[in-house]
Design a protein around this ligand. Structure first.
Ligand code: PAF
Length: 283
């Protein structure tokens, strides 16, 4: 099946395809991914297909969003299997799978610094992360010029950073957030779940349960600082080795909240073995 599915690796070819879609009066959607696709990603393609006539999926393991001690080298790269899965959805039309050299030509020296929602949370623990995401997402949007781009709410902070970035740079694209897909046991789908041993998986599934308990406790009136501390303790008791944060933030800005007086988001990040998991939900 892979042989039949159109894959382009150059920005010029991508632009030619997009120009042909536009000439035919079509609306174009983009789903940026790093590959190793699971059903959560595939649900993003379906979201894009609802809003666009032609859907492009980018597959690129972006080196600049990994720190030297992170899993860039071992990150799963499964292009053929990904292409088969994409073809089976019937919801996408083209894969853009560039090389690192295509996206980062020799002497590449440009950075994008996003403030606002990029501050705190992930940035406290992965300070390089949003700089890398901002550059690659901007480059993908400039290359593909989609009308709409879909990002998963699993990376909720990333979604808000992308919204800020596109608004601030005036990129003419609608950014759509798609709901988190979970396994039957509640674990949020993630390409990194493949790293989990069976024992670690049993701990990992507790993250969603702890977030639910914390959300319930907040709704019963527990103070935010207390609920965050209880959530952190509950993750450690569940077997996580370390907890980067359990935090309740303004759902639109990720600014700090003293009380639940507006839509809020509960976010968590914790490590089990060599795997760092994140999850979040509305409160
Ligand atoms: O969420 C991801 O998979 C990546 O951060 C993204 C948005 C594709 C940028 O590399």
């Amino acid at each position: 099946m892979t042989e039949d599915f159109p894959i382009v690796s150059g920005v010029c070819e991508l632009r030619q395809s997009v120009a042909a879609f536009r000439k035919a009066g079509m609306r174009v959607g983009l789903v940026p991914t790093m590959g190793a696709l699971h059903d959560g990603h595939l649900s993003l393609l379906h979201e894009a297909k609802k809003r666009a006539d032609r859907v492009i999926v980018s597959i690129f393991v972006n080196p600049t969003q990994f720190a030297p001690n992170e899993d860039y080298d071992s990150y799963p790269r499964t292009l053929n299997a990904d292409a088969d899965k994409i073809a089976e959805t019937g919801a996408a039309d083209l894969i853009f799978a560039p090389s690192a050299r295509e996206m980062y030509p020799t002497n590449f020296a440009t950075g994008i610094l996003v403030g606002g929602p990029a501050r705190g949370l992930e940035s406290d623990h992965r300070p390089h992360f949003f700089a890398g995401v901002a550059v690659i997402v901007a480059k993908l949007l400039i290359a593909a010029t989609p009308d709409v781009a879909v990002f998963g709410e699993k990376d909720y902070q990333q979604l808000l950073v992308v919204r800020r970035l596109t608004a601030d740079l005036g990129l003419p694209v609608e950014i759509v957030g798609a709901p988190i897909l979970r396994d039957a046991d509640g674990l949020a789908m993630s390409s990194r779940n493949v790293y989990l041993s069976q024992a670690e998986h049993a701990v990992a599934v507790r993250m969603n349960a702890v977030l639910k308990q914390t959300g319930d406790s907040l709704r019963r009136g527990t103070a935010i600082v207390e609920a965050e501390a209880d959530g952190k303790r509950a993750l450690l008791d569940a077997g996580f080795q370390s907890v980067d944060y359990v935090a309740v933030r303004d759902a639109a800005t990720l600014g700090a909240l003293e009380t639940l007086d507006r839509p809020a988001r509960l976010l968590a990040a914790a490590k089990i073995g060599r795997t760092r998991l994140i999850d979040n939900m509305a409160v």
